[in-house]
Design a protein around this ligand. Structure first.
Ligand SMILES: C[S@@+](CC[C@H](N)C(=O)[O-])C[C@H]1O[C@@H](n2cnc3c(N)ncnc32)[C@H](O)[C@@H]1O
Length: 301
């Protein structure tokens, strides 16, 4: 699993920048445009929240656990529709920011939660966290299925029979290359180089092989209710994120200026923020090296 150090690298380091660019309580996962790219990123994120809430049958007073809550985008939606959201994240920066915004959020590994931790829930959402459950080393050691199976067992233990679970995650797509070919020294813009950049940006994360691997491991505890691909919507989300990073704002550019020494001397940091570098994530989606799914399950008896 990506540990706290990995997730602090991915999220906490860019905490202030994300909040200035995307808003104090923003989403850091694919939005739901449903192919209509005339709507704004914020409208598409709201559409995603509504879709999750409807898919999970959330009503006023429903108790919902958000596993990997980020900066609290879905928790905010839950608050607006009268749900009672509890969030957990492994990023210290996100947990601090969520608490500052009045959310019930804890810095902990969601896979260690038992009914003794917070009681049971009516529904669970896991948007983006699934991507961090398995490391490359875990995969090499043949533990990937076991890790996913354990996750579903944990989630099932927190829900009543019929209770729903929503998983949104990137997966390796039909054009994923063999792991041995991933190479940071490969020519720029090749799949081998793009995958190596993704590994740098999301250390400690090895993705599931298609939605099939997820559903197979959910099967002892959950039945699928629906699935749809968010790959094309995620390409648009990535484009909008890049634009928001660049759009001028005094506060933002002042912050960029203060980070100039880090930008000059830390090549990984520079790569993540530079508008001239490859947008590895987007290109991997475009080439179907990566895919993306929204999966709804209900707990079986
Ligand atoms: C891609 S972000 C998505 C955040 C949020 N759900 C959203 O849509 O904006 C993934 C989130 O999962 C969290 N995460 C990853 N593994 C986790 C774990 N084992 N336990 C708790 N949180 C985890 C990260 O800290 C981060 O908040």
């Amino acid at each position: 699993m990506a540990d706290r150090k990995d997730l602090d690298y991915t999220y906490t380091m860019l905490d202030k920048i994300y909040r200035i660019c995307f808003g104090e309580v923003s989403d850091f996962s694919g939005a739901k445009y449903d192919g209509d790219f005339s709507i704004t990123l914020e409208q598409a994120q709201r559409k995603k929240h509504e879709f999750i809430a409807e898919s999970l049958n959330i009503k006023k007073g429903s108790k919902v656990l958000d596993m990997g809550c980020g900066w609290g985008g879905f928790l905010k939606h839950l608050r607006e529709i009268g749900g009672k959201g509890t969030g957990v994240t492994l990023s210290a920066g996100q947990a601090k920011s969520c608490k500052r915004n009045g959310f019930d959020v804890y810095l902990m590994d969601c896979r260690t939660i038992t009914p003794d931790t917070f009681g049971t829930f009516d529904a669970i959402s896991a948007v983006g966290s699934f991507e961090a459950f398995c490391t490359e080393e875990d995969w090499q050691a043949g533990k990937q299925d076991e890790i996913y199976n354990n996750f579903f067992k944990t989630a099932a233990g927190l829900l009543p029979v019929g209770g729903r679970l929503f998983v949104q995650t990137m997966v390796f797509g039909k054009n994923m290359i063999p792991a041995a070919e991933i190479d940071i020294n490969a020519p720029r813009f090749t799949d081998a180089h793009m995958c190596a950049l993704m590994q740098q940006d999301y250390p400690g994360s090895w993705l599931p092989y298609g939605e099939e691997q997820i559903t197979k491991n959910a099967a002892p505890y959950f039945k699928p209710v629906s699935k749809n691909s968010g790959r094309v919507d995620y390409i648009e989300t990535q484009k909008q994120w890049r634009k928001k990073f660049r759009d001028f704002g005094f506060k933002k550019y002042f912050l960029y200026l203060s980070l100039l020494p880090k930008f000059l001397f830390d090549s990984r940091f520079r790569r993540r923020l530079s508008p001239f570098d490859e947008d590895a994530n987007r290109l991997c989606f475009e080439r179907e090296v990566l895919d993306h799914f929204r999966l709804v399950y209900h707990k079986v008896g």
